[in-house]
Design a protein around this ligand. Structure first.
Ligand SMILES: O=C([O-])CC(=O)C(=O)O
Ligand SMILES: [Mg+2]
Length: 570
C-alpha cells in the first residue's frame, strides 16, 4: 500500500521499489482452457456461434443443451447415489468444473442439496477430507508460512474479496478437532454465502489456518493433509493469527468481512473480543447461531404466547453457541423492557459438563460463563436442573448427542403445555435428541427445532414438520447486508435486526404446520430482507460507508445478488 491508500499491485511506485510483486497476467480464455475454467465453462451449453468464436469446434460433441437440461441430468445422477458422501464428492466435482451450474443446482434445489454440501454430510467429508481430496479449495495458511502470510494471500487469484470464512479446525461442528481437514467448513459456508445470500463466488475466500492438530487418529492417518504436529498454542498461535488479521486488512482493506468459524471456545471468544475493535469480524458460532435462535424464539412466542421476558431458559452446553444465544436473548429482552441486561440474564440458566452454573462455582468458571452463574444450590445433571428450574425453553448446544433423554423431555412436557425444545448440536449424530423423540416423548406438544435437518414425523395420525434452527438462515443475508452497505464494523444491534427480519418471514401457513422457521426454499427472498434490515441498521449506526444510502434497501440487496444463469460470450 502506498500513495493515497490505493494498492500498488503492479509495482509502479517508488515507495514499493523494494517490495516483491506477483506478475499476474490475465488473458481471454478460449479452446481447451475455456472448458477447463470452472468460472466460464458451460459444458454442452455453448452455442454454435460461441463454439466458432472460441475455438471449441471438435472439443465438444455436437449436441447443444440448455442449462435447465444440464440441471435435470445432474439432479437425476445425484439421486442415483445412495452413499451421501458420493453426492458430496459429485457436488464438489461440479463446483470445480462448472461453477454456475453448481450454484444453479444449489439455488433451485436448496432443501435437497443443503444437507449434502452442508450439515450433516460436510461433517463426514471433513473427517475423510484427506482420502477424498482431489484439488485444493481455498487457501491454506500454516505455521510454515509465518512471516509470509501476506505473500500467501497474494497467491490467491482473486483481488476483490468481500467475505472470508476462516477456521483453525479445532472444533468442527460437534465433531471436535479435525485440523487442516476442517477446510470443508469454510468452503461449504461460502457456497451458502453465494447460493443463499447472493455474494459473488469470486468475492468469497475460504481459509484454513493450520497450527497442527491434537487428533491422534488424524496424526496417524496416512492420508492426512495437514501439519503432522500437535497444536501450537499461546504466543505462537496468537502471533500467526495477528499476522493473518493484519495481512487481510493490508491486502483487502477495511471492508472485508472475516467470519470466524468452528474455533474452539478458548480461542473463539478471545479472537472475537480482540479483533472486533479493529476489524470487520463476525463469529458465526457465537453470533450467527444466536441471531437464528433468537429469531426462532420470537416466532415460537406466537405459538406458545407471552413475551421473551416471560420465559425461563435452560441451556445444556455453555460454550460459544450457548452463551452467545443467552447473551443475545438478554440483550433483546432488555431492549424491549426497562430491565438492565444483567437482570435479564437471571432468567437464563446454563448447564455445562460439570452441572448447573451457580454462584458457588463462579471462581472456577471461564469468563464467558460467569454472567450466568446465579444463586442456586449445586446440581450435577440436566434432569435435576430441568426439575428444579422448570424452564419453558430448553436449548441444547453441548455438541453431545442423545443428552435430551426421555425423562428430560417428559419432564419438560409435564409442566409446559407447549415446551420449546431446540437440539442444536451438529451434525445429526450429535443432536441432543431426534425430532421423533421430541414429538413422541412430549406427546406431540413440543415446539421443536434442530441444528441439522430432520424429516417430518408422523405421530398419532398427525404430521409434525421440525424447523432447522441453523445459522445458515442468517449469515448469508447478514453478510450481504454488511457488504452492500460497506459496513466497517459489526454491532450487536445488527444481529438483533437480522433476528427480527428472519422472525418476520415466518408466515401463518408455516405456523399452521408447526414451523417456527420459514422453509429454505424462499431463502434468497429471506436473505434480501435480512440484508436490508442489517444494512439499514449499519446506516443508522453510522457504520456504513457506501453512500448515498439507497432508498429501497430490499430492492438494492436483490439487485446486488449473484445470479447463476449462463452469460453469452461475444
Ligand atoms: O455448520 C453448521 O451446521 C452450524 C454451525 O456453525 C456449527 O455447528 O458449528
Ligand atoms: Mg460452525
Amino acid at each position: 500500500m502506498a500513495g493515497g491508500g490505493v494498492e500498488d499491485a503492479y509495482g509502479e511506485d517508488r515507495a514499493t521499489e523494494e517490495q516483491l510483486v506477483t506478475p499476474w497476467s490475465f488473458s481471454v480464455a478460449s479452446g481447451h482452457s475455456l472448458l477447463r475454467d470452472p468460472r466460464h465453462n458451460k459444458g454442452l451449453a455453448f452455442s454454435e456461434a460461441e463454439r466458432d468464436a472460441h475455438y471449441l469446434r471438435g472439443l465438444l460433441p455436437p449436441a447443444i443443451v440448455s442449462q435447465e437440461h444440464q440441471e435435470k441430468k445432474i439432479m437425476h445422477n445425484l439421486r442415483q447415489y445412495t452413499v451421501p458422501l458420493q453426492r458430496y464428492i459429485a457436488m464438489m466435482d461440479l463446483q470445480e468444473r462448472n461453477e454456475r451450474l453448481f450454484y444453479k443446482l444449489l439455488i433451485d434445489n436448496v432443501e435437497e442439496l443443503l444437507p449434502v454440501v452442508y450439515t450433516p454430510v460436510v461433517g463426514e467429508a471433513c473427517q475423510k477430507y484427506g482420502s477424498i481430496y482431489r484439488r485444493p479449495q481455498g487457501l491454506y495458511i500454516s505455521l510454515k508460512d509465518k512471516g509470509k502470510v501476506l505473500e500467501v494471500l497474494k497467491n490467491w487469484p482473486e483481488r476483490s474479496i468481500q467475505v472470508i470464512v476462516v477456521t483453525d479446525g479445532e472444533r468442527i461442528l460437534g465433531l471436535g478437532d479435525l485440523g487442516c481437514q476442517g477446510m470443508g467448513i469454510p468452503v461449504g459456508k461460502l457456497s451458502l454465502y453465494t447460493a443463499l445470500g447472493g455474494v459473488r463466488p469470486s468475492a468469497c475466500l475460504p481459509i484454513t489456518i493450520d497450527v497442527g492438530t491434537n487428533n491422534e487418529t488424524l496424526l496417524n492417518d496416512e492420508y492426512y493433509i495437514g501439519l503432522r504436529q500437535r497444536r501450537a498454542t499461546g504466543d505462537e498461535y496468537h502471533e500467526l493469527l495477528q499476522e493473518f488479521m493484519t495481512a487481510v486488512k493490508q491486502n483487502y482493506g477495511e471492508k472485508v468481512l472475516v467470519q470466524f468459524e468452528d474455533f474452539a471456545n478458548h480461542n473463539a471468544f478471545d479472537l472475537l473480543a480482540k479483533y472486533s475493535k479493529s476489524h470487520l469480524v463476525f463469529n458465526d458460532d457465537i453470533q450467527g447461531t444466536a441471531s437464528v435462535v433468537l429469531a426462532g424464539l420470537l416466532a415460537a412466542l406466537k405459538v406458545i404466547g407471552g413475551g421473551l421476558v416471560d420465559q425461563t431458559y435452560l441451556f445444556l452446553g455453555a460454550g460459544e453457541a450457548g452463551t452467545g444465544i443467552a447473551e443475545l436473548i438478554a440483550l433483546e429482552m432488555s431492549k424491549h423492557t426497562d430491565l438492565p441486561v444483567d437482570d435479564c440474564r437471571k432468567k437464563i440458566w446454563l448447564v455445562d459438563s460439570k452441572g448447573l452454573l451457580v454462584e458457588s462455582r463462579k471462581e472456577s468458571l471461564q469468563h464467558f460463563k460467569k454472567p450466568f452463574a446465579h444463586e442456586h444450590e449445586e446440581l450435577k445433571t440436566l434432569l435435576e436442573a430441568v426439575q428444579s428450574i422448570k424452564p419453558t425453553v430448553l436449548i441444547g448446544t453441548s455438541g453431545v448427542g442423545k443428552t435430551f433423554t426421555q425423562e428430560v423431555i417428559e419432564a419438560m412436557a409435564s409442566f409446559n403445555e407447549k415446551p420449546v425444545i431446540f437440539s442444536l448440536s451438529n451434525p445429526t449424530s450429535h443432536s441432543e435428541c431426534t425430532a421423533e423423540e421430541a414429538y413422541t416423548w412430549s406427546k406431540g406438544t413440543a415446539v421443536f427445532a434442530s441444528g441439522s435437518p430432520f424429516d417430518p414425523v408422523e405421530y398419532e395420525g398427525k404430521t409434525y414438520v421440525p424447523g432447522q434452527s441453523n445459522n445458515a438462515y442468517v449469515f448469508p443475508g447478514f453478510g450481504l447486508g454488511v457488504v452492500i452497505s460497506g459496513a466497517i464494523r459489526v454491532h450487536d444491534d445488527m444481529l438483533l435486526a437480522a433476528s427480527e427480519a428472519l422472525a418476520e418471514q415466518v408466515t401463518q401457513e408455516n405456523f399452521d404446520k408447526g414451523l417456527i422457521f420459514p422453509p429454505f426454499t424462499n431463502i434468497r427472498k429471506i436473505s434480501a430482507n435480512i440484508a436490508a434490515k442489517v444494512a439499514a441498521k449499519a446506516y443508522d449506526l453510522g457504520l456504513a460507508s457506501r453512500l448515498p444510502r439507497p432508498d429501497d434497501l430490499v430492492k438494492y440487496a436483490e439487485s446486488c445478488m449473484y445470479t447463476p444463469l449462463y452469460r453469452s460470450y461475444r
